[in-house]
Design a protein around this ligand. Sequence first.
Ligand SMILES: [Zn+2]
Length: 137
Amino acid sequence: MTETSYTLPLPELEGLHKEFYDHCKNHALHFQRCSDCQIWRHVPREMCPECGSWDWRWEASSGRGRVFTWTVVARPMHPAFVDACPYAPVVIEMEEGVRLLSEVADVAPADLKIDMEVTVHYDDVTNEVTLPKFKKL
Ligand SMILES: [Zn+2]
């Protein structure tokens, strides 16, 4: 997709969020993992919510997960989404245990199922931003 054709809001590329999206731009999904208690976490943050450690590293995800939940948006809450409705923001629970908000690109909202197995794919929406999205396995 070209820079000018993508009209939906984009993530702010700052700090740890930029690092997360830099991995996505390289078509790799990485999450933070605590160097002390080893739990994975997302969204990016400096301190471990489990043990309070400040030591962490980026670690590659398997890219596989399951549909945890979703909602169907019928009325846009932002003018940029008028043409996208109805659409389904989906919470994906990754094999590593972290959850992220995305979409299952090849499944209509009415056909989504809890625990549907999905795998990541990468949508290069602009020259700077690649969004991790999912497809049914
Ligand atoms: Zn920890």
